[in-house]
Design a binder for this molecule. Structure first.
Ligand SMILES: [Zn+2]
Ligand SMILES: [Zn+2]
Length: 339
């Protein structure tokens, strides 16, 4: 079968190759990939990459074969899969359901073969049936939605928090804004001049303020128009260094900062100013756990998130290079590849 394989740590080793079709072992499910989303980490790289590996971790498809012992999932089911396909089950994190933090964790598209291929094999426990109203393309966006659900509904302490700022209007920032809106809070999404398309789409999910850093003094706007004490909660989804200081600065005392973007380098933070004097809470949110997937699916069943709007391009897998360029260019929001 055709697959987008990264042979070694060099990005130049990423290429469409003919590889052997995977077979499902005991407890495993073989899925024909129908839609696979390109993530920023596919383009920019991640530290947990173990090449040679097929990239891709946001996908949906239909089950074509099941291994021995598989009972819940059947051939013909329309499904998606969690990214974590191996966890030890005995470490202190696994025992509390934090599979995303297991030291032995393997995720598809980084530690195990991913979804930029005609077929993928995953364990049954990771598989979720798609809600019937969801297209395969929308099904491929469930993974970033589960990341957003983890940040907003599990890592953030939303109780009594009313004013939220989201930094970075990429697919994750837009989904985080929308999930926050389902909780009835006010949301300001911050981006740049070139994010115009992203702002338009974000608006469809009811985001209250769209703040363009190239046009307004964002810190001044927040303190003047939203709350003179600052906001309650900041989600940093851009991974841009200057966004970290902006996010910490616009928080109210005792507010909470959640890091969701990957910064790729160390950050200097003034502990006296933010942790001591303002008692800020700083936390992170990494990928998802099984519970975040359940929350994401329940969001789709009980709210009307305009998920389809963030999919701006759909290309055959053979045009993956174009898809990667579009993802990098900000001319796209979510690009889907179809093997
Ligand atoms: Zn991703
Ligand atoms: Zn573990």
């Amino acid at each position: 079968m055709q697959a987008l394989l990264q042979e070694n740590r060099e990005k130049s080793s990423l290429n469409l190759k003919e590889v052997e079709e995977p077979r499902p072992g005991r407890g495993e499910v073989k899925i024909r990939v129908r839609a696979a989303g390109i993530c920023g980490t596919d383009v920019h790289g991640i530290s947990s990459l173990q090449p040679p590996v097929i990239l891709g971790h946001e996908f949906s498809g239909e089950v074509v074969e099941v291994g021995q012992g598989v009972e819940r999932i059947k051939v013909g089911d329309r499904v998606t899969s969690e990214t974590t396909i191996y966890r030890c089950g005995v470490c202190p994190y696994c025992r509390r359901g934090f599979f995303n933090l297991c030291p032995e964790r393997k995720g598809i598209g980084s530690g195990a073969n991913g979804s930029f291929a005609e077929y993928i094999v995953v364990p049954e426990f990771a598989v979720h049936i798609l809600p019937p109203q969801l297209s395969f393309e929308e099904g491929a966006v469930l993974e970033p939605l589960a990341c957003a659900a983890r940040g907003v509904l599990e890592q953030a302490e939303l109780k009594d928090k009313e004013k939220v700022v989201v930094l970075g209007p990429g697919p994750l920032g837009i989904l985080v804004s929308w999930v926050a809106k389902t909780r009835g809070v006010s949301v300001a999404l911050v981006g740049k001049q070139e994010d115009e398309l992203r702002f338009q789409v974000a608006k469809e999910g009811g985001v209250d303020y769209l703040l363009n850093l190239d046009e307004v003094d964002v810190e001044d706007f927040i303190l003047r128009e939203i709350d003179s004490y600052g906001v309650d909660l900041v989600f940093e989804c851009s991974g841009a260094l200057p966004a970290v200081s902006l996010g910490l600065e616009v928080l109210k005392k005792r507010g909470q900062y959640v890091q969701m973007g990957i910064i790729h380098r160390p950050v200097a933070v003034d502990f006296d100013r933010y942790l001591f004097s303002r008692e800020l809470k700083i936390t992170g949110s990494r990928t998802q756990t099984a519970s975040s997937w359940e929350k994401a699916i329940s969001l789709l069943e009980n709210t009307s998130l305009p998920l389809r709007k963030i999919i701006t391009h759909s290309l055959p897998l053979s045009r993956w290079q174009e898809g990667f360029e579009l993802t990098q260019s900000r001319k796209a929001i979510k690009v889907i590849l179809k093997p």
